[in-house]
Design a protein around this ligand. Sequence first.
Ligand SMILES: [Zn+2]
Length: 472
Amino acid sequence: MFLRQIVTAVTVLLTLGTAGAPPSAGAQTGAKRQVALVITNATVVTVDGTRRVLAPGAVAIDGADIVGVDTPAAIAAAFQPRQTIDGTGQIVMPGLINTHGHAPMVLFRGLGSDLNLMDWLQQYIFPAEAKVVTPAFVRTGTQLAALEMIRSGTTTFADMYYFEEEVARAASEAGLRGVLGETILKFPVPGARTPEEGLARTERYITQWKGHALITPAVAPHALYTLEAATLKACRDLADKHQVPLIIHLAETRAEVEASLTLANATPTKYLQGVGLWGPRTLAAHGVWVSPEDMPVLKAAGVAVSHNPESNMKLASGTAPVVDYLAAGVTVGLGTDGAASNNDLDMFEAMRFAAFLQKHARNDPRALPAPAVLDMATREGAVALGLGAQVGSLEVGKRADVIMVDTRGPRQTPMFDPVAHLVYSAHGDDVTTTIVNGKVLMRDRKVLTLNEAAVLADARAAAETVRAAVKK
Ligand SMILES: [Zn+2]
């Protein structure tokens, strides 16, 4: 461990050594380009293909795009910003990408703790949802989730819920990016009495939102144990027809595997392969109980996996074989799952738990090192959601989804290795500034796109309806 710290310190010193390098010749000739915003004098963790860290570095943003990532001197030579943010003492990094959740379920936060998945769903969540979930409830829940995400540095989230058009509306108004799927189940749910109604509603929603700058509509069949094979195939056909993502829960618990073996004498992965569910733009959430033979199936189909370590630990669902997925070449993103089973949307915490869980389960402190975890929470998450060309790293030409993380507090002092720092020391509350698509959503901890007091008041009122619904 000591040797690793020395190597890390040397790496940081070498990076620091490049900070005073003169700007490139090209940047010194001609007029400076006018841009909207420059963040300068920060430690810039790009998470690009070479995992470049600039200390200090600067990022130039114009319109929706990142137009420069370089040393402060090079950026100052090339750009004339209308606004400058001094990033001294802060890390600038790509916004975090939460690849699995149910945003409105923040309104069920802490409801029915210390139960296994099926008891928790059947005793609390499904009955409460049947009574209280309306478009207004979904809107309030999404606004509360959006506040929490913006305040903890999440800039893109994947979602599966009901009345997903309300999630899309609230998320886009808050300025967040989302891959948002309408959930389809075989029993009556809010918004659809039958799966056929659910499919029709999903198609209307897709048609309305396709092509939006921030929102990617998706089809979200809940899971193999809550849907008939014919509906699963219809979901695939609908996703293919509109070329939108498909999101599903996969092999979350051992019970799901047993149900699949009983039903079809196949693992969940192989069963869904047989149904014809796997295809492009597909995200499988959890993937805890997959066999070594399942992995090539997922890899060949281009299916990405969302790993949700906190939810898996809280519900004792098991330990996803993340290291094996990565070895098999399967894309793995990171998620929080709904706040009802976590109980927060803090992706920094998800990073730390992801690393700790693999190390603990494999008795190997080298398992899932910090850079790999940071990749999962940023660039790999973007790839998992089909957004790899747009977001996930700080690179010229990508959308400006950027966050700033304060490193000046007691918990953050000292800082030898910025990447290890982000994974093992940082909390969501350390995020000071959140930018999505070039728009500043939070500056110096003040959220600019939502009325925080009003959202909290609405959320407390909605929680009273939940309390009344589960009263025995
Ligand atoms: Zn889930």
